[in-house]
Write a protein that binds this ligand. Structure first.
Ligand code: SF4
Length: 149
């Protein structure tokens, strides 16, 4: 089983996840996110994104590219990637859940059946990386930030 600290495997995984995101983004959807950031306030929504290992690696790489290393603690329950101005600091690398779970004002979440193929690819990649399924964004990112690339 490939290990998370296998640099070659990790780079391949990052490329595969970015390909999935590009495919997803290139598909037209009738949703209109206005960047309110409400979906990034987990205490408000009662929901937290879950990330596969590949997604976490991509998010961690984008986080490091901002010049940051550690994840901030958000006592208010906001996503650690949310800036004080209410913007995602890793927007282009945001996970699958953030790309598909639109708030009601934006048109609502995409039906799972419409994105299931991409989800399955991310889960298959997770298994190849030795993961055991999607995990909450905080712990998933902590592990990815600590992984050797
Ligand atoms: S990763 Fe970005 S888009 Fe997703 S919940 Fe966090 S701040 Fe919001």
């Amino acid at each position: 089983m490939p290990r998370l600290d296998d640099g070659g495997r990790m780079r391949e995984a990052v490329a595969e996840v970015e390909k999935i995101y590009r495919e997803l983004d290139s598909r037209p959807v009738e949703r209109h996110c206005t960047g309110l950031g409400d979906c990034c306030r987990f205490r408000l929504t009662g929901e937290t994104p879950y990330l596969t290992r590949g997604e976490a690696l991509v998010a961690a790489r984008a986080w490091k590219a901002t010049g940051r290393r550690d994840l901030p603690v958000r006592p208010n329950g906001d996503c650690p990637m949310l800036s004080g101005l209410g913007r995602c600091l890793i927007y282009n690398a945001r996970p699958m859940g953030c790309r598909t779970h639109f708030c009601d004002a934006a048109g609502g979440p995409l039906p799972r059946r419409d994105v299931i193929d991409w989800i399955r690819r991310l889960e298959a990649l997770d298994a190849r990386l030795g993961g055991d399924g999607p995990r909450r964004i905080g712990p998933a990112l902590e592990d990815a930030l600590n992984a050797k690339a």
